[in-house]
Design a protein around this ligand. Structure first.
Ligand SMILES: C[S@@+](CC[C@H](N)C(=O)[O-])C[C@H]1O[C@@H](n2cnc3c(N)ncnc32)[C@H](O)[C@@H]1O
Length: 245
């Protein structure tokens, strides 16, 4: 008796939110995969799953994995790390069970999978056991700067991409040498990020984008945004060199 060949894990970049920004390749794989897996915040539909609406095959099995925590505990807290590791382990084993039966699995990931994507934790756990394919996606930040009509980098401009979760000193160090910047993961860090940008003389041209390319998108000069908690899908864009040459 010959063993069933294993299925392939297709990690699909789902783009920033607008379903029309899904690649043709991701849409094709999504429509034929017998198993579709995704992470979601408990009680919510899940951003990647929302983008996939209408494209999943009617007979596909959906594997939903709820994040045990999101912003309730700081990412540096051991309890957060343990809870997330448990979640990724369970998700990897649920997917491995399907792959082991010879079923292909499409794992949905917002934006691009290898850019701050949770799917990388499953890739790391399964890469030595099963065939893997990665389909790149339109990055959240490129969706945001396109919708904001904000040319970001020209010529030899240097772009820094930083998480707002860094300390003020580390943020300042990372941003000082860059012409343009993207600050992701704002959450409760908005006031700190604003203060750092102001100290570096970059706050005036900074633009805040919330839920870029989604129906509820908000785009405002940073100066018009009140301090306080920013939603999960938000970022600050600081364009580099300005004007025509
Ligand atoms: C865990 S990272 C995931 C990044 C994703 N893999 C990508 O390629 O854009 C989540 C952060 O990405 C940013 N982000 C992603 N998509 C966004 C969007 N459509 N609008 C605003 N921010 C977005 C936010 O800063 C959010 O906190």
């Amino acid at each position: 008796m010959t063993a069933t060949p294993p299925g392939t894990l297709f990690t699909l970049g789902m783009g920033p939110g607008d379903p029309e920004l899904l690649t043709l390749k991701a849409a094709r794989i999504l429509g034929t995969a017998p198993v579709v897996a995704y992470f979601a915040k408990a009680g919510q539909r899940g951003h990647a799953r929302t983008i996939a609406e209408g494209r999943i095959g009617p007979a596909a099995e959906e594997l939903r994995f709820d994040y045990p925590v999101t912003v309730e505990i700081p990412h540096t807290d051991g309890r957060y790390v343990d809870a997330m590791a448990g979640c990724y382990h369970a998700a990897a084993e649920a997917i491995a069970a399907r792959l082991g039966q010879g079923l292909d699995v499409a794992l949905l990931c917002e934006g691009d999978p290898f850019f701050y994507g949770s799917s990388m934790y499953l890739f790391d756990r399964l890469r030595d056991r099963f065939p893997m394919e990665i389909v790149p996606g339109v990055l959240g930040m490129s969706g945001c700067w396109a919708q904001a009509k904000l040319p970001m980098t020209h010529g030899d401009d240097v772009l820094a991409v930083v998480p707002g979760t860094m300390t003020a000193a580390a943020l300042a160090d990372a941003l000082r040498g860059a012409d343009a910047a993207v600050v992701m993961k704002l959450g409760r860090n908005l006031a700190k990020v604003r203060a750092v940008l102001a100290a570096l003389g970059r706050a005036e041209r900074a633009v805040y984008v919330e839920r870029g390319t989604m129906p509820t998108a908000r785009i405002l000069p940073l100066a018009e945004v009140a301090d306080g908690a920013a939603p999960y899908f938000s970022m600050i864009l600081v364009p580099g060199r300005q004007g025509p040459r």
